[in-house]
Design a protein around this ligand. Structure first.
Ligand SMILES: *[C@@H]1O[C@H](CO)[C@@H](O)[C@H](O)[C@H]1NC(C)=O
Ligand SMILES: *[C@@H]1O[C@H](CO)[C@@H](O)[C@H](O)[C@H]1NC(C)=O
Ligand SMILES: *[C@@H]1O[C@H](CO)[C@@H](O)[C@H](O)[C@H]1NC(C)=O
Ligand SMILES: *[C@@H]1O[C@H](CO)[C@@H](O)[C@H](O)[C@H]1NC(C)=O
Ligand SMILES: *[C@@H]1O[C@H](CO)[C@@H](O)[C@H](O)[C@H]1NC(C)=O
Length: 539
């Protein structure tokens, strides 16, 4: 402020002195012309700089929407944060008898560790109903009344004894801190690039933004999509010789010591004390399940979007077929090309084809499991003319060993390269490798992907596009770097961005929440259901 003030005074003095000096030499009108022109120019440049692009406006609008949902609270002692054990879950309007299809509401009244009622909302929950012996489960929908009371809405989808799990995953005070921490830096992992030029090799620092003057940087820019990657220049090695990339963990933290106390394992995903254990649900014969339409692209996916029964997923809004066996998968994919663009959770598809269903063979990849997981993969069934291609979604990638970077292409650019058509299926997923960075980065990717899909549909409206959300993962993960709340906000972004587009939406967040997944890579039953929904949409 003071610097600016003195700077302006100084500038005025200089202008005044020059004006006095030159007055005799240059005509007054000419000087005035120059001065005005210069000011106009300046003003124009300022406008250009301060006006966000349409893309940036889109990103900001979505960010602000999510930001409004996140609590902004502070606390001075852990005793004044939400305690799951002190909180109470009660069954609202308990019935003598419950029937399939009934809705049931649980009320949550939250208290802190000192036993005081909470007066604001924002707690992050995991809520589900389940029947272990029936291998049945479904998510509950949380309604935040913003005064320390919440309603959890369940639909009783199956017959039998239904149990409840109502967990405080993180207290609102922790959520507020995590959200602030996520946006306190450009990210909590950093990168190293390896430059290779003839026999020379060198390693340098890379990232989205680096604190170096422009002439010390190699810039890898995508102007249309407003994406950038930077590396610190290495003398004598051209920028084009960047060949490999890896990430570096240094786990910086933007949480205070007090806030960290909220994220000790014993305070994550804690069950709320319940005044009830279960309800028994009967068939009642008074309601028959309507004949649901086959799942098509373009259908709205509500929350919850379905339920598991005998480990089979039943979407609530459409009818899903099973694509598990070699024959079933071939019946969908025969004569088709399937492009998988994403991360290792989508790579599980091609692993399933080649290693479980065994209806396809890898091209030159004699390894099993996740070996060389960052690599581009190709699997083929020559007899049925099936072509499956897996490629990662592009920078960033949380890989702590060097991978071949020049293969990286943003997902939007990958989509642009496809002609599409009725025999092309493109499945996309993204999220786990973005939890480490501020949310706007993820939003920008999603908006760019949406735009690329819109362009693809102009060329080839009959291309099948499948959008798979990221899944919930293990509890013991590094909260600030990979935590579930970061993933949840990304899930909300994905729902928002792809709404209304003619794509098949797979709500794996919902599925893995209901399933209580404890693995970043969904286990076999879950994976089979994800694939079945994808191929029901696509075929
Ligand atoms: C994003 O941009 C498109 C077109 O420019 C516009 O139709 C849409 O409403 C925008 N969305 C948001 C959330 O700003
Ligand atoms: C917790 O909050 C209450 C008021 O809501 C206050 O009286 C109390 O001092 C606080 N306790 C701690 C340990 O900060
Ligand atoms: C916090 O709560 C515990 C248990 O209720 C109590 O023993 C402790 O004295 C409280 N601490 C403060 C600072 O209020
Ligand atoms: C349960 O709730 C859903 C969604 O809110 C609604 O569509 C359905 O009709 C309700 N079912 C009953 C039996 O009230
Ligand atoms: C919270 O708000 C709801 C709806 O306005 C009300 O019914 C409930 O009693 C309130 N709870 C508390 C603890 O104030």
């Amino acid at each position: 402020m003071t610097f600016r003030f003195y700077f302006l005074i100084g500038m005025n003095v200089i202008i005044l002195l020059s004006y006095v000096y030159y007055r005799g030499k240059i005509q007054y009108s000419k000087l005035r012309y120059l001065e005005e022109n210069c000011r106009k120019q300046l003003r124009h440049e300022e406008v250009v700089k301060s006006m966000p692009s349409a893309l940036q406006q889109n990103v900001s609008a979505i960010f602000n929407k999510i930001d409004k949902m996140v609590p902004s609270v502070t606390f001075t002692h852990v005793n004044n944060t939400t305690s799951a054990k002190n909180s109470r879950a009660t069954l609202l309007n308990p019935q003598k008898k419950y029937c399939i299809g009934d809705n049931l509401t649980v009320q949550l009244d939250m208290y802190d560790y000192s036993g005081n009622p909470k007066t604001y909302g924002g707690d992050f929950f995991r809520s589900r109903i389940y029947s272990p012996e029936l291998k049945a489960a479904a998510s509950g929908r949380i309604e935040d009344l913003n005064n320390g009371t919440y309603l959890v809405h369940f639909t009783l989808f199956w017959e039998g004894r239904v149990k409840f799990s109502l967990m405080v995953y993180h207290p609102s005070e922790g959520i507020s801190a995590l959200w602030r921490a996520r946006h306190a830096s450009d990210g909590v992992i950093s990168f190293q690039g390896k430059f290779k030029y003839g026999s020379q090799e060198a390693i340098t620092k890379c990232g989205f933004r680096l604190d170096e003057p422009d002439d010390k940087l190699c810039k890898y820019l995508d102007h249309r999509d407003e994406e950038s990657i930077h590396c610190v220049k290495i003398p004598n090695l051209p920028c084009e010789s960047l060949t490999y990339m890896k990430c570096v963990f240094h786990n910086p933290t933007y949480l205070t010591a007090l806030e960290k106390q909220l994220f000790v394992r014993s305070n994550i995903a804690v069950e709320i004390s319940k005044t009830f254990e279960y309800v028994d649900v009967g068939k009642c014969n008074n309601r028959k399940e309507g004949n649901k339409e086959k799942c098509r692209t373009g259908m709205d996916s509500p929350f919850p979007s379905g339920y598991f029964l005998k480990n089979e997923w039943h979407p609530v809004f459409c009818k899903m077929s099973s694509y598990k066996t070699s024959d079933q998968i071939n019946s969908c994919l025969q004569g088709k090309k399937l492009y998988l663009i994403g991360d290792s959770t989508l790579r599980q598809f091609i692993m399933y084809f080649t290693e479980v269903a065994k209806n396809m063979q890898y091209f030159n990849h004699p390894f099993g499991g996740f070996a060389y997981w960052e690599k581009t993969l190709l699997a083929i069934n020559m007899e049925k003319n099936i072509y499956v291609h897996y490629k990662r979604h592009g920078f960033p990638l949380e890989s702590d060993s060097f991978y071949y970077f020049m293969e990286d292409t943003y997902t939007s650019r990958q989509i642009d390269q496809h002609a599409g058509g009725k025999d092309t299926i493109i499945a996309i997923t993204m999220g786990q490798h973005f939890r480490q960075f501020p949310l706007p980065l993820y939003i920008r990717r999603m908006v760019n992907i949406r735009r690329a899909i819109e362009r693809l549909f102009l060329r080839s409206p009959d291309t099948k596009v499948i959008i798979k959300t990221e899944n919930a993962r293990d509890i013991n993960t590094h909260v600030e770097r990979l935590g579930e709340f970061h993933g949840y906000t990304q899930y909300l972004v994905m729902k928002e961005v792809f709404h209304g587009l003619n794509v098949g939406f797979i709500d794996v967040w919902d599925m893995s929440n209901g399933f209580a997944t404890e693995n970043v890579h969904p286990q076999l039953h879950l994976l089979q259901n994800i694939m079945s929904l994808a191929f029901t949409y696509a075929c």
